[in-house]
Design a binder for this molecule. Structure first.
Ligand SMILES: [Cu+2]
Length: 167
């Protein structure tokens, strides 16, 4: 799939807000040469049909791995990257080839950058809940991650992705 997801104006639902201050060390998950750190999802507005989640992936191995897919029972999941141009206009692009984690590299999915995108949410993401997502790595295989849902930091806009268009 090569379609591009364009997010019109929006200061980004998945935003440019501050990082949540939650104890995340308990959520580290080891899978082969990969360590998943600090997963969290942003809570979503009741009317929002999409949301986003973030995590850090560390590859301590000697070969590259790749996050090729992700699945959840509560939404369709894709990997996206957000880019903001000089006018503050954000666009989201579907990373259809997934996300490479080079040997020895640490890749961080964070607000305003790469993220795990939930589309067609069956229920809103409520702060305090956790949502299980299965990440599919080329080498490390399927890895189940529980993402704690965290409210956006103050000042972070609570806007949905409702106007996102697929071209
Ligand atoms: Cu997205």
């Amino acid at each position: 799939m090569t379609f591009k997801l364009t997010l019109a104006v929006m200061a980004l639902a998945i935003g440019l807000g501050s990082a949540p201050s939650v104890a995340q060390t308990h959520h580290d998950v080891q899978a082969g040469n990969l360590t998943i750190h600090a997963p969290f999802a942003r809570s979503s507005a009741r009317s929002a049909s999409s949301g986003a989640a973030f995590l850090t992936i560390e590859n301590t191995g000697a070969t590259a791995d790749r996050l090729v897919d992700a699945r959840a029972d509560f939404a369709m999941v894709q990997m996206h990257v957000t880019k903001v141009d000089g006018n503050g206009v954000a666009t989201m692009q579907h990373l259809s080839d997934g996300i490479e984690i080079a040997a020895g590299a640490t890749v961080t999915l964070e607000p305003g950058a790469m993220h795990v995108m939930f589309m067609g949410l069956k229920q809103p993401l409520v702060a305090g809940e956790t949502r299980r997502v299965t990440l599919m790595f080329e080498k490390a295989g399927a890895v189940e991650i529980d993402f704690p849902v965290v409210a956006p930091g103050q000042g972070a806009p609570m806007m949905g992705h409702g106007t996102m268009q697929m071209n």
